[in-house]
Write a protein that binds this ligand. Sequence first.
Ligand code: DC
Length: 229
Amino acid sequence: MRKIIIAIDGYSSSGKSSFAKSIAKKYGYIFIDTGAMYRAVTFYAMQNGLIDSTGAVDTAELIKSLPQIKITFRYNPDIEASSIYLNGQKIDEQIREVTVSDNVYIISGIPEVREHLVALQREMGKEKGVVVDGRDIGTVVFPDAELKIFMTADPEIRAMRRYMELSQAGKKVSLEEITQNILKRDNADITRTVGPLKKAEDALSLDNSNLSVEQQMMWVSEKIDKLIK
Ligand code: DC
C-alpha cells in the first residue's frame, strides 16, 4: 500500500489532535502533534527564564538555545498514543497548562523557532505514513502532502470542548478565560507574518461543529482509502 502524508490544519481546539490520532490509529500511521512542539519550546523558555510574566522574550538567548532543545515523541502504551519529551523529560501534562497556552502564541511567532521546528517536522515525516496536525502543515511544512484538511468549528463549541477537557483533568479555569485564550490565539494564528494559519488552496474544508468523531472518520477514510490503494 502506498504511504502518504496527511496534513491537518485548523484553529485551536477544533478537534485536530483527536481526529489525527484516530486516523493514525486506524492506518498505523505516526501522529505528529506540531502544536505540542511549539508548546515544548514555550515550556523550555518559561523554565529557563527566557520569557517573563509580561511576555517579554530574551529572543537572542532562546535562538542560541535551540540546538539544545531536543524534542522527541515516543509511543506510550498507557495512553495508546505518543508522549512528548523535552531533553528526555516527559512533558505531556506541563505543556497543557494555561500558562503555557497563554505564552505559546508569542514563542510561535519567532521566525527562527519556526524554522527550527519546521526542519524537525520535515525530518520526522520524510518516510511518509504520517498524520501531522498544526497551522502551517499544508502550506509550509508539507506543501506536497497527498491529503490536506482544514478544520474549523464555532468558537463557542471549541471553548466548551477545551473547558470540558480541562475540567475532566481537574483543572479549575473559567469558560470565559478559555474563550478569551482561544480568541487571542485565533488572532495570533491568522495575523502571524511567518507560517500563519491559512487554508491551502488544495485543502478540503471540514467544519466539525456538529459532527461526531465517527462521522469525521467516515468522511476521511473514504478519501484516504482512495489515495493509498
Ligand atoms: O495545536 P495547539 O493549540 O496545541 O498549538 C499550540 C500553539 O502553537 C498555537 O497557539 C499555535 C501554535 N502552532 C503554530 O504556530 N504552528 C503549528 N504548526 C502548530 C501550532
